[in-house]
Design a protein around this ligand. Structure first.
Ligand code: AMP
Length: 111
């Protein structure tokens, strides 16, 4: 299987605007932002989607969830933010590498 675009970013083969990185994850600015702040929090382990999680991924998922408000705060989203995870074709997932969208910086209604 070929590497996802996110794996290529993680490996430094494709440039990205990185706002956070640790040993387990990377967080980058979305190339096609849907809000003033639109980030993608991506595990370095190339899990395809929520539907592909294994029991051993529980700690990673906890880590990512706990990071969401920390990263949002560091990007100035003091008023709140939205997280989205698209799963599979029916869920609108375009990149087959699990990622949380983090959106904010304007009032977000149902869109
Ligand atoms: P999804 O539809 O949930 O799979 O979202 C994929 C997201 O990745 C979209 O919002 C794209 O704009 C974003 N994206 C695709 N390629 C890149 C890239 N090279 N750098 C940053 N974001 C990207």
């Amino acid at each position: 299987m070929t590497d996802s675009i996110f794996t290529r970013i993680i490996q430094g083969e494709i440039p990205a605007d990185k706002v956070y990185e640790d040993e387990l994850v990377i967080c980058i600015k979305d190339i096609n932002p849907k809000a003033p702040v639109h980030l993608l929090l991506i595990p370095k382990n190339p899990i395809i989607s929520l539907a592909h999680l294994q029991p051993e991924d529980a700690q990673l998922m906890g880590h990512m969830t706990m990071l969401l408000p920390v990263i949002a705060k560091s990007m100035g989203l003091d008023d709140g933010f939205r997280t989205i995870i698209n799963t599979g074709k029916g869920g609108g997932q375009e990149v087959d590498h699990l990622h949380f969208h983090i959106l904010g910086g304007r009032l977000l209604g149902f869109e």
